[in-house]
Design a binder for this molecule. Sequence first.
Ligand SMILES: Nc1ncnc2c1ncn2[C@@H]1O[C@H](COP(=O)(O)OP(=O)(O)OP(=O)(O)O)[C@@H](O)[C@H]1O
Ligand SMILES: [Mg+2]
Length: 360
Amino acid sequence: MSVPGRSLGASHPVLRVQGLGCTYTSDRQRVVALRDVSFELRQAERLAIVGESGAGKSTLLRCLNLLVRPTHGSVEVDGQVLTSLGHKELTLARHHIGMIFQHFALLHRRTIRENVALPLELAGVPRAKISQRVDSLLERVRLLDKADAYPAQLSGGQRQRVGIARALAHSPRVLLCDEPTSALDAETARHVVALLDELSKELNLTLVFVTHQLELVRALADVVAVLDGGALSELTPITQFLAQPRSAAGRRLLTPEAQMKLPHHLVDEARRHAGVGPSTLLTFAISSTDATSTIFQMLFRYPQLHVDVVGANIESTRGHSTGSLSLLVHGAPAVIQEAIAAFEQQTIPVEVVGHVRSAA
Ligand SMILES: Nc1ncnc2c1ncn2[C@@H]1O[C@H](COP(=O)(O)OP(=O)(O)OP(=O)(O)O)[C@@H](O)[C@H]1O
Ligand SMILES: [Mg+2]
């Protein structure tokens, strides 16, 4: 499937994954970690892979550079089918794919300079060239002053910047990141995200990252892939995903209740009582800047109804307002039903969560 997103002229996909499957086999058990995953990304497109723990996110990422061997399907980078290459060719092809890790994976006995130089040394690049390249990489991640320090002398954020510099050593086309900021505090994570954003744009990198953090998805992704039990349950452009995920797994990750921190007792009670009652909990998916005013204008047509705003989580991402709004609507069930029908006629996405007996 081809996905929309940032496309900078080059029309052929940089990364093409077809029918990817991965089964881990040991003496005692077989775990099907990935099933029939297909997608394409063009130059400079940025894909977030999300899903619950054990969904297969890291497996998918590692299959993209064959760190884990897929058991089915193919991975193609810039038209080269990695899954059919021999060892030597694969080593060269991997230069087009950089990778950064959650816990940085630096060598502790090597200085920062030596860590960044490692992929170049392994590729047999002449010393003088290595030195030049490493300096320019360290400058790019603003760590030239730490070149002779050891990883233990650096903060978490600085270590991840070393990881990024090392991943860029061979000027890759694709950068893979497995939870790049989850070992960092919120402030440091923001700096690392800003750096990834800046570098990926500057270098036109195709970015594939795994994360549990919605902030990272919002900041970087053009497209979101949701994995569920090893299968791709949706592949959705970011603004659409944030407004209304298509799959059940996507909705679970982004439940309005989870995002809005609605009182649990209210949501639980409403979920136990399906349909419309004298106090009905409605959740609206917000996907445009004027969506909330449209919703309230519609509600003002029913002066018999009383409305409490019980939760809202609306963010502006790259010029689009997206999120959710939850209202507890009080009044005669027939009138509430009429209002819901009016929303549906106007194609304003509304979910009737259920009704509650007590007010919020
Ligand atoms: N080396 C391995 N050998 C056997 N099973 C594995 C191996 N690595 C992962 N698995 C299993 O494959 C499935 C997918 O694991 P994976 O690590 O890809 O999930 P994940 O989505 O990255 O999870 P998390 O969010 O917890 O990091 C899980 O059931 C896991 O237990
Ligand atoms: Mg993982």
